[in-house]
Design a protein around this ligand. Structure first.
Ligand code: ADP
Ligand code: MG
Length: 989
């Protein structure tokens, strides 16, 4: 009852919406009549005039206003253009087609609904392809591009070539994105006034432009102004569960942890031996009552091996602990600075647990590099360059060569210092089962405060890899996510989005909630003559199939064409076998080849044909009746099972009775069907059937039973909607982060002065670092740590004397450092090609953003999995996810800044390697990896052979794929058939 009232209200609202558009239709038709008197040139001139008018408009509100104002004229121009094309032959997908269409009134209404940014529900065969020309033409006049999104490449090309005739006639350009196009061609297509393409091509281009392009020139798209999504339910609902992912080989790692590991291991061993010896000595000294000397040794061990087991044990003794504290205090007093230095030099290296820093001593350095005493200090490039400049014996070119040599040495050193100190930290500060655990060959961080495992988090700046190297668990990630977006979030980028399909009404809620798209049901051009019969219901599948075959045989005997719909490929095959046994000729729709499919569908309305198809949603080809078929009652659509979703059933029904043709539909259902078993429909029905006294082998039909089936369907729809909504809620978190990162990235690509961005980063990151060393909560300022950090990060060759950090406030220290770094950086740049410096700087930014963002994506994936497990801990995983994702994002932004600093002087060759890696990936090598989905019509199939060949040719190729949600064996199959995964097509999860 309630539903009925609701329907009444919604229904009448829709009627009101449509009625309101009627006067505009009249106005358009009136104008169109006037335009009939114009010459072709005069008509075309209108396009140019409007384009010029829009070119001068900058205010978006003004643009919107003008669009409204000229709508009737623009629509009339399109309609009039269509009229002028009648009789012309157009080549569409290599076939000649004669143009015979002039927009009907309902098509004008559909066009206006699209222009308003809504969904036009128009039945199959109502000519949606032509409807789209109206709002596309109008919105393209702004010069900001208008996109039409189709479900597959074939349809994109077909519709673009077909409707292209009209656009070109009116003076607009039109392009079409196809799977195999290189970037240069893509860019041309996007530059057109109107562009056709599939959702995945549009989405992948967005990801490549924003997540991978290294220069502005490498980007192909030009904004997200207006898009119409054809078969909108299929794209925004059926495909929405599979995000687009670009994955590539894990970033070429430039670290050499494995190479340095044995050396560092030996050094750590030596230090352990040394510290153990010191501990025994201390023990003896304590026994001899020489407390002060013993305390000094304890302090020394604490410096060299803070987690030494004997030391930790000895600290439990209050007296000895006091001795250590006393010694420590005295060493940190100013008077003892030299003493402290000497003490440190007696060790191989020292560890600062608090600052998580390590510092090699002279003997440590010597051990690691006996022949190169300076191996662990970055050279003072500034002075070196100044010296070179002063030399009279060198030409300019020679000077530059000399400088480059110094630079290279500096780079190599920087990398090595970084590797070794990171390894040292991994060995001496990061302890297994304290800071991390090793599980399943993975290093998992343990939260210091809660002791909770932070699955998926990774330490940055190479530390994680160093710990992995230490534990010998470094597993190479073969591929990693480089960029990802859900279809939902791609389409939310558009300023205005519209959609069209034969079936949106049942999903109106979802369209409204998620995309803010309202649905208007457009009346058909002619009254619908279709007859939908009640379902026929059987106890078993076998009985049901027998009945279907009988029905098909009878209809076929009359010559009436039959379209048999199934919900799975398996059922299609069973039916095909049964029909073969009966000697009934038929074809089976195979979604693999879109073009061939279109041919089969086109023939499906001919006298005596039988066609079997799985899931007709989003197929985009309508079935025209052959000669003499109308007299036989038109196309007969037989459904062999109710789909989980009412929408898919409506799609199937909608294949007959197009444009006022006759047609009938009937569904066959059995109690053994999944839908009936799983959603309680069978129970209810058994009761009803008992009342009717149904016997084995009998069939039953009644409108009450249809209702029962539909109740079950609504339940499943609701459940699926919630799961899609959930996916989106998770993705929303990522989406906001993506916007920030892509924004930063685009800034780096577009700016003429990347150095300015770097300096801004420096202004934030240096004070943060300095603060970390000098302003810890109730901790002593760590001057040595700061100096160490400065000297391994920047080639300043700074000494404690020159730095005088003790005499500076943190702010002064930061300012001093920023000044020094800038000076030395500018000096380094002064001898280099300015253009090269510019691109290198851009690189430093992009490299830092990309590398860390990819790590972040990886971590977010893991986090997503990890929070899922916390449901058991009575926590809302989404909230957990949001909180942790936020923390991780804050870390990410901080890390990006630090990485930029670290790379400012670090190996340019590393950065260059990254560039080479990316520039070696021309788009034609990028392959979209997409599991074929039998029975479902998916975008852009790459022939398997071609994909394999590509992999062989380009070992570093990047694969593009649509991620399949992880499906358990009992979950619904991701192909959308509605069957359990284990019983279905076995599409790889
Ligand atoms: P839909 O996408 O709505 O299912 P299509 O755009 O594929 O429908 O069009 C179905 C058929 O209707 C096409 O063969 C097309 O030529 C025809 N058609 C569409 N609009 C008109 C029209 N205004 N006049 C004549 N034929 C039309
Ligand atoms: Mg269509």
């Amino acid at each position: 009852m309630f539903n009925w009232i609701l329907k009444k209200i919604i229904g009448s609202k829709n009627q009101r919406d449509i009625k309101r558009l009627r006067p505009a239709v009249e106005r358009i038709n009136q104008l169109e009549q006037e335009y009939q008197a114009l010459s072709d040139e005069e008509l075309r001139a209108k396009t140019a005039a409007w384009k010029q008018r829009f070119a001068a408009i900058e205010d978006p509100n003004e643009e919107r206003r003008v669009l409204e104002e000229i709508l009737p004229e623009a629509f009339a121009v399109v309609k009039n253009g269509a009229r002028r094309l009648v009789g012309r032959t157009i080549t569409v997908c290599d076939h000649p087609i004669e143009w015979n269409m002039i927009h009907f009134d309902v098509q004008l209404i559909g066009g206006m609904v699209l222009h308003r940014g809504r969904i036009s529900e128009m039945a199959t065969g109502e000519g949606k392809t032509l409807v789209a020309t109206l709002p596309l033409y109008l919105n393209a006049l702004t010069g900001r591009g208008a996109h039409l999104v189709t479900v597959n490449d074939y349809l994109a090309r077909r519709d673009c070539e077909w409707m292209g005739a009209l656009y070109r006639f009116l003076g607009l350009t039109v392009g079409c994105i196809q799977h195999d196009q290189p970037p240069s061609v893509r860019r041309e297509q996007y530059a057109c006034d109107i562009t056709y393409g599939t959702n995945s091509e549009f989405g992948f281009d967005y990801l490549r432009d924003n997540g991978m392009a290294m220069t502005k020139a490498a980007q192909v798209q030009r904004g997200y102004h207006f898009a119409i999504v054809d078969e909108v339910d299929s794209i925004l609902i059926d495909e929405a569960r599979t995000p687009l992912i670009i994955s590539g080989p894990a970033t070429v790692s430039t670290h050499q942890y494995d190479q340095f590991k044995p050396l560092v291991e030996q050094l750590v061993k030596k230090q352990t031996l040394l510290c153990n010896r010191l501990m025994s000595e201390a023990d003896e000294l304590f026994a001899a009552g020489k407390t002060e000397e013993a305390g000094r040794l304890l302090f020394k061990v604490k410096l060299g091996q803070p987690r030494n087991k004997q030391l930790l044990r000895m600290m439990e003794d209050a007296e000895r602990r006091r001795a250590l504290d006393k010694s420590e205090l005295s060493f940190y007093s100013d008077a003892q600075k030299i003493e402290l230095f000497n003490l440190k030099e007696e060790l191989f290296f020292t560890m600062d647990e608090r600052a998580y820093e390590s510092d090699l001593s002279e003997i440590g350095r010597e051990f690691l590099n006996p022949d190169e005493p300076d191996a662990f200090v970055l050279p003072d490039l500034m002075t070196a360059f100044a010296d070179i400049d002063n030399r009279k014996d060198l030409t300019e070119a020679q000077k530059n060569e000399e400088k480059a040599k110094h630079q290279a040495v500096c780079d190599r050193k920087g990398e090595r210092i970084h590797n070794i100190t990171t390894l040292l930290k991994a060995y001496c500060i990061y302890e297994k089962d304290v800071q991390y655990v090793v599980e399943d060959n993975k290093v998992i961080i343990v939260d210091e405060y809660t002791g909770r495992k932070m699955t998926g988090r990774r330490w940055s700046d190479g530390l994680h890899q160093a710990v992995e190297a230490k534990e010998g668990v470094q597993i190479d990630r073969e591929t990693q996510t480089m960029a990802t977006i859900t279809i939902q979030n791609y389409f939310r980028l558009y300023e205005k989005l519209a959609g069209m399909t034969g079936t949106a009404e049942t999903e109106a809620n979802e369209f409204h909630d998620i995309y803010k798209l309202d649905v208007n049901v457009i009346p058909t051009n002619r009254p619908v003559l279709r007859e939908d019969h009640n379902d026929r219901i059987y106890k078993t599948r076998r009985e049901k199939f027998n009945a279907v075959i009988n029905e098909v045989r009878t209809a076929h005997g009359r010559g009436q064409p039959v379209l048999v719909g199934t919900v799975s490929v398996e059922a299609s095959e069973t039916l095909s076998r049964l029909l073969r046994r009966e000697g009934i000729p038929h074809s089976v729709l195979n979604a693999r080849y879109h073009l061939q499919e279109a041919d089969i569908v086109a023939r499906a309305g001919q006298l005596g044909t039988v066609t079997i198809a799985t899931n007709m949603a989003g197929r985009g080809t309508d079935i025209k009746l052959g000669q003499g078929v109308t007299e036989l009652g038109g196309l007969y659509v037989v459904g062999t099972e109710r789909h989980e979703s009412r929408r898919i059933d409506r799609q199937l029904r909608g294949r007959c009775a197009r444009q006022g043709d006759p047609g009938t539909t009937r569904f066959y259902v059995s109690f053994e069907d999944d839908l009936m078993r799983n959603f309680g429909a069978a129970d209810r029905m058994t009761k009803i059937m008992e009342r009717f006294g149904m016997e084995e082998g009998e069939e039953l039909e009644h409108s009450w039973l249809n209702k029962s089936v539909e109740t079950a369907q609504t339940r499943v729809e609701q459940r699926n909607y919630l799961s899609r909504k959930r996916t989106l809620e998770y993705d929303d978190v990522m989406n906001k982060q993506r916007e920030v990162v892509y924004g930063l990235r685009n800034e780096a690509i577009e700016t003429d002065e990347p150095r300015k961005m770097i300096y801004e980063i420096m202004d934030e990151a240096v004070p943060a670092k300095v603060g970390g060393f000098l302003e810890g909560d109730d901790a002593e300022p760590n001057y040595a740590g700061l100096l160490h950090w400065v000297n391994v990060t920047f080639p300043l060759g700074l000494t404690a004397e020159r730095a005088e950090f003790e005499k500076k406030t943190p702010k002064e220290a930061s300012d001093f450092l920023i000044g020094q770094v800038r000076k030395s950086y500018e000096l380094k740049c002064s001898h280099e090609e300015p253009l090269a410096v510019l691109s290198l700087e851009r690189y430093i930014l992009l490299n830092a953003i990309d590398r860390l963002w990819q790590e972040h994506l990886y971590a977010m994936d893991a986090l997503r999995e990890a929070v899922g497990l916390r449901v058991h801990a009575q926590k809302d995983p989404l909230i957990e996810y949001k909180n942790e994702a936020f923390e991780m994002f804050v870390d990410l932004m901080g890390n990006i800044k630090n990485e930029v600093l670290n790379n400012l002087f670090r190996s340019t060759s590393n950065l260059m390697a990254f560039e080479k890696f990316l520039s070696n990936l021309p788009a034609h090598l990028l392959r979209q990896e997409q599991a074929q989905q039998p029975g479902e019509n998916h975008a852009a199939p790459a022939a398997p052979a071609a994909a394999a060949r590509t992999t062989a040719e380009a070992p570093v190729g990047i694969t593009l794929k649509k991620k399949t949600p992880q499906a358990g064996r009992n979950d619904p199959c991701p192909c959308g058939s509605g069957k359990k995964y284990k019983n279905c097509c076995g599409r790889q999860a």
